[in-house]
Design a protein around this ligand. Structure first.
Ligand SMILES: Nc1nc2c(ncn2[C@@H]2O[C@H](COP(=O)(O)OP(=O)(O)OP(=O)(O)O)[C@@H](O)[C@H]2O)c(=O)[nH]1
Ligand SMILES: [Mg+2]
Length: 319
């Protein structure tokens, strides 16, 4: 369910949306690689060093990049002057995209149960939590699930109104309290409402918080506890929303949130706004967290179940 290869989006929809969303990253990576290969007829030390630089610039991350370059070096030692730049390019991107698909692994999809499900959206300020909560509610609704949104960001001015506006657009109810109230109490009410209305999924928006603020992390833990007291398996998902344009900073956030609040998966947003889409690979490899969705625009439909192979193929031209 809601995997890359199923649901309303289907393989073609996911592929084209991800492909479109990665245009900046793909253009940057492909042009840079072609540029390097245009100047050399063999994959020597210097060419490898320049490829390494290109991958780092796309935010693939030092550890992953080192692995990819080692792999290129070991797999392509036979490539020499008889190979045309075009062939060399094709071989390189096919090795890279295959390995990146492997690193990214299977997307387990949302791990929903048969009763009331609670999905907590967490992350730093402005990463895209509220928008993504609405997009997710829309996806789930289109899979014929009964959904409610919980306005558990009671901190930021106008956060509740923002979610209500999305709720109207998507056509799902929004459970809210007054600004400044306890977010855990909103979660409690939303779970109660879900139980009494036979709702399948509560998607809870939460306030943006710096991963370094331990009191705010405690607040999230309280939200978890309250959900868990009312439904044994809840929260079924704690989804960390990361802004892909923040690059390696997103990686640091992922590490801290993962340990502090038991994150079950990651959503990378704003892939459309960056040439550094490689950060998806570093988040996956460095944290081990599955990437469950990617956001590629501001519209309600701009959220795709993550598909490793579609993603890896979309990173380069001509794969
Ligand atoms: N281009 C693009 N913009 C996005 C995407 N996701 C979210 N945004 C935009 O990012 C901005 C912030 O989104 P919000 O959903 O309000 O972020 P938030 O994490 O809830 O912010 P706080 O509640 O203030 O912490 C908005 O302008 C969104 O339209 C995306 O995938 N692509
Ligand atoms: Mg918000």
């Amino acid at each position: 369910m809601l995997k890359g290869d199923s649901g309303i989006t289907g393989t073609f929809g996911v592929l084209s949306r991800i492909t479109r969303g990665l245009t900046k990253t793909r253009t940057g990576l492909s042009n840079a690689l072609r540029g390097i290969l245009g100047q050399t007829s063999r994959l020597d030390e210097e060419a490898l060093a320049r490829i390494e630089e290109v991958l780092i610039q796309a935010d693939v991350g030092a550890t992953t990049t080192a692995k990819l370059v080692d792999l290129l070096s070991s797999k392509m030692t036979g490539a020499h002057s008889k190979t045309s730049a075009n062939d060399l390019y094709s071989r390189i991107v096919s090795v890279l995209s295959e390995e990146i698909t492997r690193i990214l692994g299977e997307n387990p999809g949302l791990l929903l149960t048969s009763g009331v499900n609670v999905i907590l959206m967490v992350g730093v300020n402005g990463s895209g939590k509220t928008t993504t909560a609405a997009k997710l509610a829309y996806l789930l609704k289109n899979e014929n699930r009964r959904v409610i949104l919980a306005a558990a960001d009671t901190f930021r001015a106008a956060a509740i109104e923002q979610l209500e506006a999305w709720g109207k657009k998507v056509g799902v109810p929004v459970i809210k309290h007054k600004e400044g109230s306890d977010p855990a109490a909103v979660i409690y009410d939303a779970v109660m409402a879900a139980k009494s209305r036979s709702v399948d999924v509560v998607v809870a928006d939460t306030a943006g918080r710096l991963h370094t603020k331990s009191n705010l992390m405690e607040e999230l833990k309280k939200c978890r506890r309250v959900a868990n007291r009312e439904v044994k398996e809840a929260p079924q998902e704690v989804l960390l929303v990361l802004d892909a344009t923040t690059g390696q900073n997103a990686l640091q956030q992922a590490r801290v949130f993962k340990d502090a609040v038991g994150v079950t998966g990651v959503i990378l947003t704003k892939l459309d706004g960056t040439a550094k889409g490689g950060v998806v690979v570093s988040v996956r490899e460095e944290t081990g967290l599955p990437i469950k969705f990617v956001g590629t625009g501001e519209g309600i439909e701009d959220l795709s179940p993550f598909d490793a192979s579609a993603f890896a193929r979309s990173l380069f031209d001509g794969v």
